[in-house]
Unconditional design. Structure first.
Lengths: 277, 321
């Protein structure tokens, strides 16, 4: 038997797949490895990331809301304060979920676990690895968002069936943050640099028209906030919660599309540079 | 699924090498870690890279696997350039890196199965394969353990088992038996023999001379990124050493002072910190000459030349350091 094998010529055929050296079409293996590894671990962190925006919703929406009464919502209708901030906090929830996996977890795997090094010694390409990890982060974001939407429903904050479109929209938001979060993380070398991410996330959470409209700021600040991703998520979900569709939604979607694509390109390039140099 | 296939050509064609390297260079900054090496490895051959620390062995292995892009030169693995076609090449490669990079978040058996999934292989194939390889690595009773609960040698065995999950055509082993106890080493050697018989091409680096002599059909001695010699273990010994070696110990203080008095005995003399080596075709005769000069070593030993001596001759360094 062995002689038979030895007499054959070993010649591989190049694959005709586009991006052949970067992509093997096997994102699934990376993704399900992540699910298997996370399942049953990190529950405390998993839950805390979800609970945070819920606490804000209760404290601000019900507590502070009782002082504020109604505010002008999208489309000019008067709505309760809790209704106003709930979609914004949903965007925050999607962001938190996506960012948790795509930053700290990715950082650990890049620098300590040697996980990607092992993966890239197989027939996986860097794009498979990046996309698989991003989808994993996206999954967490999507779970948070779905849970948060259920909480909104239970609190009577869902007033239009269109509001259910918030879930897929929140998934897009999560995708954007996951992709971009991984890209940024892949450039980070130290824990101090990782702290910058928190340093940016907190003010972005507080000031992205989450709790009051953008119009309270002077114009240059408004421009700055509109350049940041969370504002686009907040605006998009707030419009959807009221069943209002304007061209602005397309702009917001486009913003996230750019984030996703850019994040993927940068992450793939970085993985390649770090592990296939 | 990896989109590669093996086309079976007619046997009468001249045998093409599975690996061809021509003037391969890897530069880090302005330092050439691998400095223009060329070699061919035939299918089913067992090919060794021997060299001191920092010689460029691991770097060469990484370039073969396409996880390190070469700076210049040509490299073809089963007909493909690993820099251009990394995923296709690696689909048929088994890799045991010098440092274990197991998945610490997964259990032992899952490490094997998930790794197989990276090659796009189906569970129906992977589950029995994982059990078979756990058996081979003597880790069956650890199947459900966490990786960080394994000893160093067990991790090494798991890494080796993992490299076989995709039934590789070419196996890259970077110091595979470092950290293994003698029994585990012999079991691995036996297994590697059987893989070789089944047509698998083996490329290995090692610091153990007995391993190189046992396993390698042919090897290259590498130093500072360059090939110093190439051949089968026995041919290298014949070419670069005498038939026998006389080892003398005078005590660490006296070795260097005694050495000049030994001039003219044997073909060549090598003074190491702990002993003096006299290369001679007849070791006993050399020992007699030493006694005739009135020198009384604490211990003396006549042995056959080994790769260790070839190595010392070519690189001026002892292998074990
Ligand atoms: N990523 C890197 N950046 C800079 N220099 C490197 C890098 N990797 C290896 N080198 C250098 O290249 C040289 C060859 O290293 P390599 O790991 O190939 O040696 P080796 O022969 O495998 O040694 P050992 O027996 O210690 O494993 C060394 O001098 C090392 O310092
Ligand atoms: Mg090495």
């Amino acid at each position: 038997m062995s002689q038979h094998i030895v007499s054959q010529q070993l010649r591989l055929e190049p694959s005709r797949r586009p991006l052949g050296s970067l992509y093997a079409g096997n994102v699934r293996a990376v993704f399900s490895r992540g699910v298997k590894a996370t399942w049953g671990t990190n529950w405390a962190i998993m839950v805390s990331g979800f609970v945070e925006p819920v606490l804000y919703l209760v404290a601000m929406g019900i507590g502070l809301g009782s002082l504020i009464g109604t505010v002008t919502g999208p489309g000019g209708a008067e709505i309760g304060y809790a209704n106003y901030i709930a979609p914004a906090l949903l965007a925050v929830s999607a962001m938190n979920g996506a960012v948790y996996d795509s930053t700290w977890n990715v950082f650990f795997k890049l620098h300590f676990a040697k996980l990607y090094e092992g993966m890239l010694y197989t027939s996986l390409g860097p794009l498979d690895v990046a996309l698989g990890e991003i989808l994993l982060a996206l999954l967490r974001g999507a779970l948070y968002a779905t849970g948060f939407t259920a909480v909104m429903g239970a609190m009577g904050l869902i007033t239009s069936p269109w509001a259910l479109l918030m879930i897929p929209a929140a998934v897009v938001v999560a995708f954007g943050f996951a992709s971009f979060g991984m890209a940024i993380t892949s450039y980070m070398k130290t824990f101090q640099q990782m702290d910058w991410i928190n340093f940016i996330m907190l003010p972005m959470f507080l000031f992205s028209a989450t709790f009051y409209p953008l119009s309270v700021y002077p114009e240059p600040i408004q421009w700055l906030i509109q350049a940041l991703p969370l504002w686009h998520g907040v605006e998009m979900l707030r419009q959807l919660s009221a069943g209002i569709f304007t061209g602005a939604i397309l702009v917001h979607l486009l913003y996230f599309l750019v984030m996703i694509v850019l994040g993927l390109i940068l992450s793939t390039g970085r993985l390649r540079k770090l592990f296939l140099n | 699924m990896p989109q590669t296939s093996l086309s079976h050509r007619l046997p009468q064609q001249a045998p093409a090498a599975v690996i061809t390297a021509r003037n391969v260079v890897k530069t880090y900054g302005d330092f050439n870690a691998v400095d223009g090496i060329s070699f061919d490895v035939q299918q089913g051959e067992s090919f060794g890279l021997l060299g001191p620390n920092g010689a460029g062995k691991s770097t060469t292995m990484r370039m073969i696997g396409g996880v390190s892009q070469r700076t210049s030169g040509e490299l073809s693995i089963m007909g493909l350039d690993p820099d251009q076609h990394g995923p296709e090449v690696r689909a048929h490669l088994g890799v045991v890196p010098q440092q274990d990079n197991l998945d610490e978040e997964l259990k032992v058996r899952d490490n094997l199965i998930v790794y197989g999934r990276y090659f796009g292989l189906p569970y129906s194939y992977l589950r029995p394969k994982a059990d078979e390889l756990l058996e081979f690595a003597q880790l069956t009773d650890k199947a459900k353990a966490k990786v960080d609960a394994l000893s160093g040698g067990m991790k090494r065995r798991l890494t080796i088992a993992r490299s076989l999950m995709n039934d590789p055509k070419v196996l890259l082993l970077d110091e595979p038996t470092t950290g293994l106890d003698p029994q585990a080493r012999h079991i691995l050697w036996d297994r590697l023999f059987r893989l070789k018989e089944a047509g698998v091409t083996l490329i290995l680096t090692t610091h153990y001379m007995d391993e190189a002599e046992q396993l390698c059909d042919r090897l290259i001695v590498v130093d500072k990124g360059k090939i110093m010699a190439e051949g089968s273990p026995s041919a290298l010994i014949r070419e670069h050493s005498t038939r026998e070696v006389l080892e003398l110990r005078f005590g660490s203080e006296r070795n260097t002072t005694v050495a000049p008095e030994l001039g003219g005995i044997g073909e060549r003399l090598e003074t190491l910190p702990d002993r003096i080596l006299i290369y001679a075709d007849d070791g006993e005769a050399a020992l007699e000459q030493v006694s005739n000069r009135g020198l009384r070593p604490i211990t003396s030993l006549v042995r056959r030349s080994s790769l260790e001596d070839v190595f010392l001759r070519l690189t001026g360094r002892s292998l074990i350091d």
